[in-house]
Design a protein around this ligand. Structure first.
Ligand code: NAY
Length: 289
């Protein structure tokens, strides 16, 4: 598993129900048009933490049904309810997902022993590999090099989705664990992460910027830093505009510009207002590749 993985956006209808046809179109756009290497399903971008367990299963099933074996699929199964996380891990493994991922448990300020037990418990009955999903800005969970090392002692934990602007730790991890997979998680920092030898990246903006992201990885591998900087600059112009206009709403509006029925976000996320929709169209005209 290597390369650019889209953190798949989800599609809801105006009432907040999963829009199956729209979700299928999002999958197809990522595979056929952006030609990304894989999909990360039910992550933050998929509005996972606002879904019921049954809805998560529905999304996993639709995506696998649509993508088949065309690209690698990673299922984010992390949940504060450990029984739910274990059930989802078994479910997606039966469906044929290539890897699991689980967000570090959050909200209750679990200590490291509890976090380690969470991962080992999810994995104990399932024959699949796991990428730790580390996103300290949203979970408040910061782990150091030694703690990652302790988690990596479980051979089923094959890597980490590293969503933190900490290049010191990223370098230390790369150096200490050359055999583990490291996927970076901040799209606006893809270039410097690539220089440190990541295996790939998982990001929300790849839903609409997958080609440039692939270009950055390729340029860095070929030693063409000029091209990599040009593509990161173009990407960051786009990412700045998306963040200023509302992350998930704008990605959905941009997909609509491309003819994809990306629908709406689920409450409590807001529907985009007229001005936001107009700005998204302008971003679509000027900053998409
Ligand atoms: C996920 O699970 O969907 C992700 O973590 C994807 C990583 C994204 N983080 C968040 C919080 O959305 O792609 C990034 C991020 O949106 C992007 O770099 C813009 O800041």
């Amino acid at each position: 598993m290597k390369g650019i993985f889209t953190a798949l956006i989800n599609s809801f209808d105006e009432k907040g129900n999963i829009n199956e046809q729209g979700l299928r179109e999002i999958v197809r756009y990522n595979i056929d048009v952006s030609q990304v290497d894989g999909l990360y399903v039910n992550g933050s971008t998929g509005e996972n933490f606002m879904l019921s367990a049954e809805e998560k299963k529905k999304v996993f099933k639709i995506v696998k049904d649509e993508a088949g074996d065309e690209v690698d699929l990673i299922a984010q199964v992390g949940a504060l309810n450990i029984f739910e996380a274990k059930d989802l891990a078994a479910y997606v493994t039966d469906l044929g997902y290539d890897a699991l991922s689980a967000v570090t448990p959050f909200y209750y300020k679990f200590d490291f022993e509890e976090i380690k037990d969470y991962y080992n418990s999810i994995l104990e009955d399932v024959d699949n590999q796991m990428l730790i999903y580390s996103i300290p800005a949203l979970t408040g969970v910061n782990m150091d090099l030694k703690q990652f090392g302790e988690l990596f002692e479980n051979e089923k934990i094959t890597g980490v989705k590293f969503t933190a602007p900490d290049f010191f730790l990223l370098e230390r991890l790369r150096h200490a664990y050359p055999e583990k997979l490291i996927f970076s998680g901040f799209d606006e920092m893809l270039l410097p992460a690539s220089v440190y030898g990541i295996d790939g990246a998982i990001g929300s903006t790849f839903n609409v910027n997958g080609k440039r992201a692939k270009g950055i990885l390729k340029a860095v591998h070929e030693g063409d830093l000029g091209e990599a900087r040009k593509l990161q600059k173009e990407s960051n112009d786009l990412i700045t505009a998306i963040l200023d206009n509302g992350l998930y709403q704008t990605i959905k509006e941009l997909l609509k510009v491309k003819g994809v029925d990306a629908g709406y976000c689920r409450k409590p996320m807001k529907k985009p207002g007229d001005e936001q929709i107009e700005s998204a169209k302008e971003i679509g005209r000027t900053l998409l590749d």
